[in-house]
Design a protein around this ligand. Structure first.
Ligand code: SF4
Ligand code: SF4
Length: 473
C-alpha cells in the first residue's frame, strides 16, 4: 500500500495527544490509519483463520456428533471427537490449568502476542474497522465526514456502517449461542420465528449488543480499562520478554526532514507520527513500554515503511527484549521464569493426557433407599432397594450385566441393563438375601456392571446391605 505523510496528519495527531493527568487517557475518537506490512500479513492470516474456525466449528459434525458443542441441557460436551460429561470435571480443570500456564509461558517469551494476533476483541475490532473503511473511506475521509454537517450522504454512510456492524454482531451472537444449543435447530427455529427457548433469545440479544458495543464503539477501551490481562501481564514480563519497542539510541534526537542525509546530527526518527496514527490504542510507542500496547506490531510495519522510504535500515521500532533495547546487544530469550512456566505447562499437558487415557468409558453409582432400612417379603426374604445410575460414555449402544459381590448369596431383581449410546439411565434394583445369611446389621456390598460387548469394560459402585442379624446360637 502506498503511504504518504502530510502536515495535516501530523497536526491531526498532535491534537489527539492524550492527557493522562487524571489517570485516564483523555483523547477523542481514534481514527486508525490502515497499514500493511510483514506483521500485518501474519496477523491477517492468523485472525482470518481464527474467525473461520469460530464461524465454522459450530456447524461441523464428526460421525454424526458436533465438532464442538457444550450441550448444557443434556449435560454433554463434544470437543473434537471426544465427549465429556459432568463427571469429567477434573479434565476441564486440567484444561483450564493448561490454558493458564500456556498463556504465562507465551507471555513471558513473546509478550502480548495473544492480544495482537489472536484475541477475539482484536479480531472483531479489525473487522468492524474494515467495515467502517468500506462505508466511510480512509482515515482522512472519516475525519472529514465526522466534521461535516449532517446531510443525506453522511446519513447513508453512517447507516450502512451501523447496519453492517449489527448484522456481523448478530451472526457472531447466533454462532456463539450455537456452541451451547445445536446450531442447526437454533437457526431453523430462529429464522422460522419459532424459537421458544427464552434463554437462547436472551443470549443472542445480549451478545449482539455486546459485540456491537465492544468492537464498534469501545474498541481500545476494552483493552485499556476492561481487560484484566492487560493489568496483570506485567507480572509475567521479564527483561528478556520480546516486546514491541522503539530504539531510543538509534532514533533520538528525532526531527523532521524528508531525507536522512538532510540533517546528519539527528537520529533516525523523522517525527512523521505514522507509528502513532496506525496505533489502535492511540499511544506513542516512543514513550516506552506501556500497558495500553496490545503488541499488534502495526507501528513496526508503519515505521519500516518510512525507513524504507528514507533509505534507512528497518527496525527502528521492532520486536526485541527490554534488555536488548537498553544494552544494544541481542539477548537470550529464555530466563528462569519462562523455563519454569514451560516445565509447568509440559507437566500439566502430561497429566491431562494420562487422565484422558485412563478416563472410564462407563460409570456406575448406587444409592440405597433411605426411606426404609429393609423389608421382609412374603417369602421371609430380606429386601433392600437401590437406585443405580449407569453412564455409557461410548458412542455405541450396549447391555451391561449386573452382579453383586458380597460375603453372602444375593438375588438381583434385574441382571441385564440395556443402555443407548452416550446415555445415562437410572434403574431401581432390589436385592434379596435369606435372613440366616446375614451376620451383621450392615454388610458392605459392591455392584459390578460389565459390558456384554466388551468384557474389559466394567464399572463398580460400593454400597451396603441392611438387615436383621441372624443368631447362630
Ligand atoms: S518512530 Fe518511525 S514511524 Fe514513528 S515517528 Fe519516528 S520515523 Fe515515524
Ligand atoms: S504501540 Fe505499536 S504494537 Fe503497541 S498497540 Fe500501538 S501500534 Fe500496536
Amino acid at each position: 500500500m502506498k503511504t504518504t505523510i502530510t502536515l495535516i496528519d501530523v497536526q491531526e495527531q498532535q491534537s489527539e495527544t492524550p492527557d493522562q493527568s487524571n489517570g485516564y487517557l483523555q483523547r477523542g475518537k481514534i481514527y486508525v490509519r490502515r497499514m500493511t506490512g510483514f506483521f500485518q500479513r501474519i496477523r491477517s492470516v492468523s485472525l482470518s483463520l481464527l474467525m473461520a474456525m469460530y464461524f465454522s466449528f459450530a456447524w461441523i459434525r464428526i460421525e454424526g456428533n458436533p465438532l464442538v458443542l457444550f450441550d448444557l441441557e443434556v449435560q454433554k460436551f463434544y470437543l473434537f471427537g471426544a465427549i465429556f460429561w459432568p463427571q469429567d470435571f477434573t479434565l476441564l480443570a486440567f484444561a483450564l490449568i493448561i490454558c493458564a500456564f500456556g498463556l504465562f509461558f507465551i507471555t513471558g517469551l513473546l509478550g502480548r502476542i495473544w492480544c495482537g494476533y489472536s484475541c477475539p476483541q482484536t479480531a472483531w475490532s479489525l473487522m468492524f474497522i474494515w467495515l467502517e473503511e468500506f462505508f466511510e473511506g480512509s482515515r482522512h475521509q472519516r475525519i472529514k465526514l465526522d466534521q461535516e454537517r449532517n446531510s443525506l450522504r453522511k446519513w447513508l454512510k453512517k447507516s450502512g456502517k451501523h447496519i453492517s456492524w449489527l448484522i456481523l454482531a448478530f451472526a457472531t451472537a447466533v454462532t456463539f449461542v450455537g456452541y451451547f444449543y445445536p446450531i442447526r435447530s437454533l437457526t431453523a427455529d430462529l429464522f422460522s420465528l419459532s424459537l421458544s427457548s427464552g434463554w437462547a433469545i436472551f443470549w443472542i440479544a445480549f451478545f449482539t449488543l455486546a459485540t456491537y458495543l465492544n468492537a464498534g464503539w469501545l474498541r481500545e477501551k476494552v483493552c485499556i480499562y476492561m481487560c484484566p490481562y492487560a493489568r496483570f501481564q506485567s507480572v509475567m514480563f521479564n527483561e528478556n520478554t520480546m516486546i514491541v519497542g522503539y530504539d531510543q539510541q538509534r532514533g533520538e534526537p528525532r526531527g523532521h526532514r524528508s531525507k536522512q542525509s538532510e540533517k546528519p546530527n539527528l537520529g533516525d526518527c523523522i517525527e512523521c507520527q505514522m507509528c502513532v496514527q496506525v496505533c489502535p490504542t492511540g499511544i506513542d510507542i516512543r514513550d516506552g513500554l506501556q500497558y495500553e500496547c496490545i503488541g499488534c506490531a502495526l507501528c513496526i510495519d508503519a515505521c519500516d515503511s518510512i525507513m524504507t522510504k528514507i533509505n534507512s535500515p528497518k527496525g527502528l521500532i521492532r520486536y526485541a527484549s527490554e534488555k536488548e533495547f537498553t544494552t544494544g546487544k541481542p539477548q537470550r530469550t529464555f530466563n528462569i521464569g519462562t523455563i519454569g512456566y514451560g516445565a509447568a505447562l509440559i507437566m500439566a499437558i502430561s497429566i491431562f493426557i494420562s487422565v484422558m487415557a485412563q478416563r472410564p468409558q462407563a460409570e456406575l453409582s448406587a444409592l440405597r433407599d433411605r426411606g426404609s432400612l429393609y423389608v421382609e417379603n412374603g417369602l421371609g426374604q430380606i429386601e433392600n432397594f437401590y437406585t443405580l445410575k449407569l453412564v455409557n460414555k461410548r458412542e455405541t449402544k450396549d447391555t451391561f450385566r449386573l452382579s453383586v459381590r458380597s460375603s453372602f448369596p444375593v438375588k438381583v431383581s434385574q441382571e441385564n441393563l440395556p443402555i443407548g449410546a452416550g446415555e445415562v439411565i437410572t434403574y431401581t434394583i432390589i436385592l434379596e438375601v435369606a435372613p440366616e445369611q446375614l451376620l451383621e446389621a450392615s454388610s458392605p456390598i459392591e455392584f459390578i456392571s460389565q459390558s456384554l460387548t466388551d468384557p474389559n469394560l466394567r464399572a463398580v459402585a460400593q454400597s451396603k446391605f441392611l438387615g436383621p442379624v441372624h443368631s447362630t446360637d
